[in-house]
Write a protein of this length. Structure first.
Length: 126
């Protein structure tokens, strides 16, 4: 698929295209991975106040789930890619981690504040 026009036009057309992303590889390729995994993990580590490896392995900190959430919603990584980047997670586990994280955001103000810090550091539009 090829889209020609202004940036606003191309963005609008991409938003109108619907369907299963797994089957529409050209649509996925048309989008760019605005954020790299490294950028995401660095921002999460900074918001959590520790090194990424430490934050990632502390399950109760939810840093890994935060990074997966950001990767899923603010980049174009597939669930499979996120699982590989996170360290050999299967994509159903990635989905569950993101769902649990999003549920936890509804009741955990500290987690919500940290996610807002991450998004601000990454300069993403929410």
């Amino acid at each position: 698929m090829l889209l020609l026009g202004s940036e606003q036009f191309v963005d609008r057309m991409k938003g109108l295209l619907k369907g299963d992303r797994r089957e529409q590889t050209t649509l996925r390729q048309a989008r760019t991975k605005v954020l790299s995994w490294e950028q995401i993990t660095q921002a999460v580590a900074k918001a959590w106040g520790t090194e990424w490896q430490i934050a990632k392995e502390a399950h109760a900190s939810r840093a890994l789930a935060a990074a997966l959430h950001v990767g899923r919603h603010y980049s174009d990584y597939s669930l499979r890619e996120l699982g590989q980047l996170a360290g050999a997670m299967e994509y159903p586990a990635v989905t569950m981690a993101i769902r649990r994280f999003e549920k936890r955001l509804q009741v955990d103000k500290t987690l919500t504040r940290r996610l807002k810090q991450v998004l601000k550091m990454l300069q993403v539009k929410t």
